[in-house]
Design a protein around this ligand. Structure first.
Ligand code: AMP
Ligand code: ZN
Length: 499
């Protein structure tokens, strides 16, 4: 019997066996952070869930195309009691004390994207197949909004373009916030616009010619809504239908509900088969969040004490996050963290004793190999069962104890089996720094797929002296939002700066 990978699907309210649309090839999107500050370990709790889905699917032998975005425009502050301003998070950050170090908003976005990736690696998350940025997909977003208007699902007012929720009767199927419910409970769009046809309609495009990040569109200068960004990036890289879409629990409504509405109205097909949501990492019973200021970042925790940090190994932070199941709220305490520092130290003792997997792994041979193989299989089964990390960690700790108990008595066969076990457990849980993955190549940029043949056709036209055709192709490239540069070495292209 082939193994089944079960994940709890918020859409059906039950754990389901994942059946990829393409055999043995998982397409998977996880909502990334808004890069207005350092990502905190609460954010990373959600990103680690995505990493575990990637690792478990890979361990099953599936190919995984995994996209996780960077939101660098369009995410407004929440319309809740503590911060109802509806200001753009990035702009607000730039105006803050911390924002003074940046030359402009693009510099701020660049800095927090770079530091995101640094912390990503510190916590031993595997690289996604692609990490698209919202600002680099403006043409596609504008095209999607135009199509939604054409299909009668969206309309323009003086202030922006809105998605008409009543045009999609299934609105609410993910969160339960259906169209029959009280208006007050389901209105979340922070844009106050009396011209909206229904207060629940949400913004696809916000007109604003004063905004620090703005693009020209058929509706004038402005910027996209946060929800359309993710629909467009997911579909650009993964296709109209995807297997799994993940994020933190706060994204169920409105973000993912709105993504479903937009995407399914665009394609007429179901968007994601499985919606996986991570419950919050909490501090003293409250959601860890940048807004509440009760957050820890990986860099703060791992910086040396002399530099004001806590000197904690990031892999101990990772183990702490793994010690709770992703679908249960998890209370983060320094005490739990310290407990995991001990676990991490013991794992290091194992590496010191048997060697690092990069020194070469053996087979599960001999009595030690047989025990470790059983432990790996149980850990794997636990991960296949809706990412049961506490059960998988129990196998890691059990194996650690067994290996350290035998100590110097381990022969080379047992040590090689132990290295194999470390590599396999790392494949599931990411608890050893060990690059066991072939370098992933970036998924081909969909724009490149359109541009390259045109460039070739233009080169051929020029070689044949057909200047009229060459000019026509240049116009086609311009219409795609592409700038080209001819030089003696050939023609290069880039996306046109859209400001
Ligand atoms: P944001 O930067 O707010 O867009 O959040 C990026 C991701 O982190 C989203 O998937 C959020 O749902 C998730 N997230 C934010 N805070 C937490 C938390 N305390 N625990 C778990 N996930 C979180
Ligand atoms: Zn998203």
């Amino acid at each position: 019997m082939p193994k089944e990978f079960r994940i709890y699907n918020t859409l059906s309210n039950q754990a389901e066996a994942i059946v990829p649309l393409q055999k043995d090839h998982l397409t998977f999107y996880s909502c990334g952070p808004t890069v207005y500050s350092y990502a905190h370990i609460g954010n990373f709790r959600s990103f680690i869930t995505a990493d575990l889905i990637l690792r478990t699917a890979t361990a099953l032998g599936w190919d995984v195309t995994y996209a996780t975005n960077v939101t660098d425009v369009g995410h407004l502050t929440e319309d809740d009691l503590t911060d109802p301003s509806g200001e753009d998070r990035m702009v607000k950050a730039l105006k803050s004390k911390e924002g003074e170090q940046f030359v402009n908003i693009w510099d701020l976005a660049r800095h927090y994207t770079e530091t995101l990736v640094e912390d990503w690696h510190r916590l031993n998350l595997r690289e996604p197949t692609v990490r698209p940025r919202a600002t680099e997909h403006m043409r596609e977003q504008i095209a999607a909004v135009e199509q939604l208007i054409e299909k009668g699902h969206a309309y323009e007012t003086e202030k922006g373009v809105y998605f008409s929720v009543t045009s999609f009767p299934e609105y609410g199927k993910l969160s339960g916030n259906t169209l029959e419910m009280d208006l007050e409970q389901t209105v979340r769009d922070v844009v106050v616009d009396d011209d909206k046809r229904d207060p629940r309609d949400f913004a696809l495009w916000k007109k604003d010619d004063k905004h620090l990040m703005q693009w020209h569109s058929p509706w004038g200068w402005g910027f996209p809504g946060w929800h359309i960004e993710c629909s467009v990036m997911a579909m650009s890289y993964l296709g109209d239908r995807i297997d799994i879409h993940a994020g933190g629990e706060d994204l169920i409504f409105p973000h993912h509900e709105c993504e479903i509405a937009q995407s399914e109205c665009l394609t007429g097909q179901p968007f994601a088969t499985v919606w996986a949501h991570t419950r919050f990492l909490q501090v003293e019973g409250e959601k860890m969040s940048k807004r509440l200021g009760n957050f820890f970042t990986v860099r703060d925790l791992s910086a040396p004490e002399a530099e004001g940090g806590k000197g904690i190994d990031p892999l101990a932070v990772r183990m702490t996050l793994l010690s709770g199941h992703y679908r249960k709220p998890f209370n983060f305490t320094i005490k739990t963290l310290k407990g995991n520092v001990k676990h991490r130290e013991r794992l290091q003792e194992v590496i010191d004793l048997v060697g690092h997997p990069s020194e070469g792994v053996g087979e599960y041979e001999g009595d030690v190999g047989a025990i470790l193989s059983g432990m790996y299989e149980r850990a794997f089964d636990a991960m296949l069962d809706d990412l049961n990390t506490p059960a998988a960690l129990a196998q890691l700790f059990g194996g650690t104890k067994m290996i350290l108990g035998r100590g110097a008595g381990l022969d080379e066969t047992a040590r090689a089996a132990a290295r194999r076990w470390l590599a396999d457990m790392n494949g599931l849980l990411g608890v050893v720094y060990y690059d066991d993955q072939p370098q992933e190549t970036e998924e081909e940029d969909p724009l490149a797929a359109q541009v390259e043949p045109l460039l070739e056709a233009r080169a051929a036209a020029r070689a044949a002296g057909d200047w009229g055709r060459a000019d026509e192709i240049r116009d086609e490239l311009t219409a795609l939002g592409v700038e080209i540069k001819d030089s003696k070495d050939g023609t290069t292209w880039k996306r046109k700066q859209q400001i």
